[in-house]
Design a protein around this ligand. Structure first.
Ligand SMILES: Cc1cc2nc3c(=O)[nH]c(=O)nc-3n(C[C@H](O)[C@H](O)[C@H](O)COP(=O)(O)OP(=O)(O)OC[C@H]3O[C@@H](n4cnc5c(N)ncnc54)[C@H](O)[C@@H]3O)c2cc1C
Length: 437
């Protein structure tokens, strides 16, 4: 039985371990933190007796590999796929706008959804439709050096369309602002959502925590199949000889008996690992990762438990607000502020005051007297920024060792940092190893 060391127990590492184990490889998974899941993890609020996620993760119908994995793990009952695209937006005057596709044939249903999105004037809705129809025939070469904002302006999208439609979509899918995000990556996202069948544009809501959907079932499977999972163990050094990784040194152990190694790490973690040759000389493989200036973007999540739920919809997008999304899970609501650099460094009390005042503004029957408990989770390096510079680095990353495969959300070139990107990369790593055997 071939032995594989997987470094990093986020979704990429877990997925690759899962598929490798399914194909009868013996996996040793090494994770530096005390928990699996990486950037998708769940916590337990003892006072409220409730599991909650570091941030509410929104999945989309176009997350095909994610859905396949969920089906493998038999956790379909823990998610809810919308019957049709249906998003409720609310503005500062408490006015509700629906982006909802009617029950007519795809893709006309999506065009109608936009045509009926009354947060915009009809002429702006038509411009958006025009833009979307144009995407099908846009070329990679034309977009590769553009930011999304430059692209939108080139295509005559005005401030209203940008603020009340595009920005929400860009921040929501890329966790970045239109002036930074790459037009090429955004065009891929739009193609996935609008041109990939009716299911692709539907939102998928999680009914249970991410741990229950992904992490615990994979962990259980790996243990049952006799694989090793080592938590609290950090890979620090790698010893290489010619084109092969020979030894992995962690803060607790040395490993020198393996056939392949999977790095399922974000770039900033890779650059902290030191590589040496057999003479103890420091070498610098994966130099693009080392020298690159990958930039990261934060996500702020505020979890509020309430005596009484005042929210009617399962989730809301807020227009012109500091808050981007509110997810309603009964007595627990999860508030997301994406791309939250600046705001995230403020004191927790100040953040809370701002959020409460925004909630009162958008939902006048919200009252702090109704609040039972609050948790604020700051994820400073939630996602890499999918900008033009990172595209160049990502396209040029290659493993320089014959027994090393690199995975992680950032290695799925077509996507920004997403669960789907992480899962695709993990599965692909397992397929590459399979092909090499
Ligand atoms: C708050 C938040 C909200 C998000 N919302 C969404 C969303 O709505 N939809 C969506 O699709 N995506 C969302 N994302 C992005 C998504 O979570 C990530 O893209 C995905 O989880 C990345 O997985 P990964 O395995 O590539 O990396 P990671 O999860 O970062 O995993 C890397 C792992 O490697 C470990 N590690 C690092 N260094 C070492 C070392 N030296 N030795 C051993 N182990 C090491 C780390 O501890 C970590 O567990 C969100 C992210 C955050 C933080």
């Amino acid at each position: 039985m071939k032995k594989i060391i997987v470094i990093g127990g986020g979704l990429a590492g877990l997925t690759s371990s899962f598929y490798l184990s399914k194909n009868n490889y013996k996996v040793t998974l090494i994770e530096s933190s005390p928990k699996l899941g990486g950037r998708t993890y769940s916590l337990f609020n003892e006072k409220q007796n409730d599991f909650y996620d570091n941030g509410h993760h929104l999945l989309m119908g176009c997350y095909k590999e994610t859905l396949k994995l969920i089906s493998e793990l038999k956790t379909e009952n823990k998610i809810e796929i919308q019957k049709n695209l249906d998003v409720t937006f609310i503005d500062e005057n408490n006015k509700i706008y629906k982006l909802k596709s009617p029950k007519i044939f795809y893709p006309f249903n999506l065009l109608f959804a936009i045509l009926n999105y009354k947060a915009l004037l009809i002429k702006d809705r038509l411009k958006i439709i025009d833009f979307i129809l144009d995407i099908a025939c846009c070329f990679k070469e034309d977009l590769k050096n553009l930011t999304v904002l430059e692209w939108l302006l080139l295509k005559n999208q005005n401030d209203e369309a940008i603020n009340n439609f595009w920005e929400i979509l860009i921040v929501g899918t890329m966790n970045s602002s239109p002036d930074k995000a790459s037009a090429l990556i955004f065009s891929n996202v739009l193609k996935e959502i609008f041109f990939n069948g009716n299911n692709s544009s539907k939102f998928i809501l999680t009914k249970n925590s991410l741990s229950e959907i992904f992490i615990h079932p994979i962990e259980k499977y790996l243990i049952e199949k006799g694989n090793n999972i080592y938590k609290n163990e950090r890979v620090e050094k790698i010893i290489v000889e010619e084109n092969f990784i020979k030894k992995i040194i962690t803060n607790k152990n040395n490993y020198d008996s393996f056939d392949y190694v999977v790095f399922a790490l974000p770039p900033h973690s890779i650059s902290k690992i030191n590589f040496y040759d057999l003479n103890g000389k420091n070498i610098y493989p994966l130099s693009q990762v080392h020298s690159s200036e990958f930039k990261y973007s934060s996500i702020l999540n505020i979890h509020i438990w309430m005596k009484e739920n005042i929210f009617k919809e399962k989730f809301y997008g807020l227009l012109n607000s500091e808050i981007h999304w509110i997810f309603n899970k009964g007595k627990h609501i999860s508030i997301t502020k994406s791309n939250s650099d600046g705001f995230i460094n403020l004191e927790k009390d100040f953040i809370l005051q701002e959020i409460y005042s925004e909630l009162k503004n958008y939902f006048p029957n919200f009252s702090t007297e109704n609040v039972l408990d609050v948790k604020i989770i700051k994820e400073k390096r939630a996602t890499f920024i999918p900008d033009v510079a990172s595209n160049i680095i990502r396209e040029n990353i290659k493993s320089e060792f014959e027994n090393l495969i690199i995975a992680g959300d950032w290695t799925t070139l077509e996507f920004p940092a997403t669960i789907e990107g992480a899962i695709i990369s993990g599965k692909k790593a397992s397929q590459i190893i399979d092909k090499l055997n």
